[in-house]
Design a protein around this ligand. Structure first.
Ligand code: FBP
Length: 272
C-alpha cells in the first residue's frame, strides 16, 4: 500500500543509492575510536570532509553534532545520514559492546537528513537493550518516511570470528527481520560468500563496511570489486579513505571501481 511515509522513504533512499554502485563516507570515528584513528596531519575533520565531498560521494554518515557544525560543507553537495547511536573507546572494554543513543530521529529530520543510522552488535550481552532502542528508532523514523540504516555488526563473547560467512549471514538476516532499510556489514572475504549474504537480505540493499585501512589500496579496491560483483549496493568506507595518502584520489578510486568504470588495477594506477 502506498502511504506518504513509504513514498518519503523511497525518495530518500533514491537520493543515497546510486544504482551503479554506492559509496557512503563514514565519519563517526572520532567518537567511536578516538585519536588513534587520526594521525597529526588528519586532526581537522573539516579538512577531511571537504576533500571527500569534493571527490564525490553519494552520502556522508555523521554524528548529529558534526552534521550541524559542518553543514556549510555537505548541504547541497551530498546526502546526509545521521548516526544516532555510538560508543567511545574510553569506556571499559565490556561496555563497548553497547551503543548508546547520541541523538534522535527528530534531530536527523531537523538536520535535513536522508536517513538515520544505528548499530546493533548482534551477539552482545546488551543485544536486548540495543534492540529496544532500534525498535524505537525505526518506529519514529517510519513516521517521517526516513529510511534506517543498520550497522549490523556481529560482536560478542560467543563470536570468535565476526567475519565468518555464517555469522555475517545471521546478523544480516536479523537486521532484515527487524526492519532495516539498508544494511552495512562486515565483508566475508570473498565474492561468493558475500553473494550469499546479499541473497539472504532478499532485496534489502547490503553494503560492505570498510574496516581498518589496508596496507595496499589495491587490495581494498579488489574487495570493492568483489562486493559489486556479489550484487551488493556498494560500500560504506571511513578509514580506507580518510587515512589514505591522497584522500581525494582514494575516494575517487573507490567510486570508480564501485560503479564499474575502472578495474581495481586501473583505479590503483591513479593513486601512485
Ligand atoms: P571504516 O570504513 O573505517 O571501518 O568505518 C566504518 C565504521 O563502521 C564506522 O562507521 C565506525 O566508526 C567504525 O567502522 C567502527 O569500527 P569498529 O569495527 O572498530 O568498531
Amino acid at each position: 500500500m502506498v502511504s506518504y511515509s513509504s513514498v518519503g522513504k523511497k525518495a530518500r533512499l533514491e537520493r543515497i543509492i546510486d544504482p551503479r554502485g554506492t559509496l557512503i563516507f563514514a565519519f563517526d570515528h572520532w567518537f567511536e575510536h578516538g585519536p588513534s584513528d587520526f594521525p597529526e596531519d588528519r586532526l581537522n575533520p573539516r579538512t577531511i570532509l571537504e576533500r571527500v565531498i569534493s571527490a564525490g560521494v553519494d552520502a556522508v554518515m555523521l554524528t548529529p553534532g558534526d552534521a550541524k557544525l559542518f553543514a556549510d560543507i555537505w548541504t547541497g553537495r551530498t546526502s546526509l545520514i545521521v548516526k544516532i547511536t555510538s560508543k567511545t573507546n574510553l569506556r571499559p572494554p565490556d561496555e563497548r559492546l553497547l551503543q548508546s543513543v547520541i541523538g534522535t530521529v527528530e534531530d536527523a529530520v531537523r538536520l535535513g537528513a536522508d536517513a538515520v543510522a544505528a548499530t546493533i552488535y548482534w551477539g552482545s550481552p546488551m543485544e536486548d537493550m540495543m534492540l529496544r532502542r532500534w525498535v524505537a528508532i525505526r518506529e519514529a523514523a517510519e513516521a517521517y518516511g526516513l529510511p534506517v540504516l543498520q550497522l549490523a555488526y556481529p560482536r560478542g563473547p560467543t563470536i570468535s570470528n565476526r567475519y565468518a560467512p555464517e555469522i555475517v549471514l545471521y546478523g544480516v538476516r536479523a537486521a532484515v527481520q527487524v526492519g532495516a532499510d539498508l544494511i552495512k556489514t562486515y565483508y566475508t572475504g570473498s565474492k561468493e560468500s558475500f553473494a550469499k549474504v546479499v541473497e539472504a537480505a532478499a532485496g534489502v540493499p547490503v553494503m560492505m563496511s570498510g574496516g581498518p585501512k589496508r596496507d595496499k589500496p589495491l587490495e581494498f579496491l579488489r574487495d570493492l570489486k568483489a562486493v559489486r560483483d556479489a550484487g551488493a549496493a556498494g560500500a560504506v568506507v571511513g578509514r580506507n579513505i580518510f587515512q589514505a595518502k591522497d584522500i581525494e584520489a582514494m575516494a575517487k578510486a573507490c567510486k570508480t571501481v564501485l560503479v564499474g568504470e575502472m578495474s581495481p588495477e586501473e583505479a590503483a594506477e591513479g593513486l601512485k
